[in-house]
Design a protein around this ligand. Structure first.
Ligand SMILES: NC(=O)c1ccc[n+]([C@@H]2O[C@H](COP(=O)([O-])OP(=O)(O)OC[C@H]3O[C@@H](n4cnc5c(N)ncnc54)[C@H](OP(=O)(O)O)[C@@H]3O)[C@@H](O)[C@H]2O)c1
Length: 299
């Protein structure tokens, strides 16, 4: 049995499909079972639990051999933050796994996670990586770059649905985007291939694109130019500080946009991709075409 925390999320859902294809049994840990209704098919169990609630994790671990941590607190509200979910929640998950005799934990971390990163999420992921490496569990750490389905979709999809979008900051910083569909294949491989135990895999997509290039890709795929509104970096900086008082979740997302606009976010995915040639290498244009098809179907 494989327990997946984050099985209701973008990557989690895609990973479950690959695990089921390989004949694995999956248990999804969720705070809200209603959210998991469409995930529940043959071979998938749903268990109510929260990584902040240690007792719920002990119940969820019964009969589990592998744990996948594909959750995060970046968009969480109230008590759910990167510190509580990605740092402390992961430690609770690893402790419960160890006590229950779980063999292997696959941790979804993030490319560039360091102890001194300006973003709380990256610091929390770094702490989780360290805790897992220091444990007695067998581990695999996956470090993907930004998901196309999260970030490229954030600027591209409004163009398809409303004919207008917004770029936060200058939008001229090259960012590596990877498709969660590709990352899900790495998750399934990490579960089934014993040679990936006690290793870290840095995962990226085929291109480093600026947000303007992402918008241009969605424009060219859809044949629609649309209106592009800019939120200048100084405005974003002031708003992210002010927002901490009123809406810490939004403040976190604004800080994320500032980091993506100003730090080195480029990544060379080629060495890892050469090692795993069977895993697909989806482009932003591929993902834009998928969203376009979805929009056509919904009309
Ligand atoms: N998105 C990106 O660009 C990106 C890039 C690199 C790495 N990653 C990592 O990849 C993984 C998947 O990301 P995603 O974007 O696919 O996630 P997502 O769609 O935003 O879903 C987040 C998941 O976290 C779960 N979760 C949150 N708080 C929880 C808690 N207290 N207890 C249990 N589960 C909790 C949610 O489950 P319920 O709401 O059902 O409880 C949900 O399934 C994460 O580890 C993330 O940090 C993401």
């Amino acid at each position: 049995m494989i327990l997946i925390a984050g099985g209701t999320g973008t990557l989690g859902r895609l990973s479950i499909q690959h695990l089921l294809k390989r004949g694995q049994s999956v248990r999804v840990l969720t705070r809200e079972p209603a959210r998991a209704q469409d995930v529940q098919t043959a071979g998938v169990e749903i268990v109510e639990g929260d990584v902040l609630d240690v007792a719920s994790l002990q119940r969820a671990m019964v009969g589990v051999r592998t744990v996948i941590s594909a959750m995060h607190g970046f968009t969480g509200t109230g008590k759910y933050t990167p510190q509580s979910v990605d740092r402390d929640g992961n430690v609770h998950l690893f402790d419960a796994a160890r006590r229950a005799g779980v063999e292997h934990v696959v941790l979804l971390s993030i490319q560039g996670a360091t102890a001194d990163h300006p973003m709380e999420l990256f610091r929390a992921k770094c702490a989780a990586e360290e805790a897992l490496r220091a444990s007695t569990l067998a581990w695999t750490i996956l470090r993907p770059t930004a998901y196309m389905e999260t970030w490229a979709a954030l600027v591209g999809v409004p163009l398809l649905t409303n004919g207008a979008t917004r770029i936060f900051g200058g939008g001229r910083n090259p960012i590596n985007f990877v498709s969660a569909a590709d990352v899900a294949q790495f998750v399934a491989l990490a579960v089934s291939d014993p040679s990936l135990r006690n290793t870290q895999i840095d995962i990226g997509g085929p291109e480093n694109l600026t947000m303007h290039q992402v918008v241009a890709t969605f424009q060219s795929v859809s044949g629609r130019s649309g209106k592009v509104n800019m939120v200048p970096l100084p405005v974003l900086r002031v708003a992210s500080v002010l927002m901490r008082l009123f809406n810490p979740t939004l403040a976190r997302q604004m800080q994320g946009a500032i980091v993506m606009d100003t730090r080195n976010m480029a990544f060379d995915a080629a060495p890892t991709r050469r090692q795993y040639p069977a895993i697909t290498s989806t482009s932003v244009a591929d993902v834009a075409r998928q969203y376009l098809q979805l929009c056509h179907k919904q009309r």
